[in-house]
Design a protein. Structure first.
Length: 116
C-alpha cells in the first residue's frame, strides 16, 4: 500500500490509520527510525513495562531477604579475595574444570597411598 503524508512542524508525520493497523501499532507504542538505502524505515519495537511484573523485594519475607543479602555479601567477599575466576569462553571454563578434577584425583590417590 502506497500512501503519502506531509511533514508537519517539528518533523512530525502522521502514519495513516490503515498502515498503523497493518503494523499493529497503537498510541504510545515505540518505533525505531533508521535511514537505509535512501529510505527512512520505521520499525516497531517491543518495550517491556517492568512495573507490570512483581518485584523480587515484595516476594521475599524479611528472613529470606537477610539470607539473600548474606549470600550476596559472601559472593562479593569471594570476588575481592580472588576466589572467583572469569573465563573468556565455555571451552576455557571446561578446560579449567577438567584440570581441577584431574588435580583432585591425583591428590586423592596420593592421600590414599600415604594412609596404607
Amino acid at each position: 500500500m502506497n500512501t503519502t503524508a506531509r511533514i508537519q512542524h517539528k518533523g512530525q508525520v502522521t502514519i495513516p490509520t490503515r498502515l498503523r493497523e497493518q503494523a499493529g501499532l497503537n498510541k504510545g507504542d515505540v518505533v525505531e527510525f533508521t535511514y537505509q538505502g535512501g529510505k527512512i524505515v520505521i520499525t516497531p519495537k517491543m518495550v517491556i513495562d517492568r512495573r507490570s511484573f512483581p518485584s523480587a523485594v515484595s516476594e521475599y519475607t524479611p528472613e529470606q531477604k537477610r539470607i539473600v543479602d548474606a549470600q550476596l555479601a559472601e559472593g562479593l567477599a569471594d570476588i575481592k579475595a580472588g576466589r572467583v575466576r572469569s573465563f573468556a569462553s565455555a571451552k576455557d571454563t571446561s578446560a579449567y574444570i577438567e584440570a581441577s578434577v584431574a588435580k583432585k584425583k591425583i591428590k586423592t590417590k596420593t592421600t590414599n597411598r600415604k594412609a596404607r
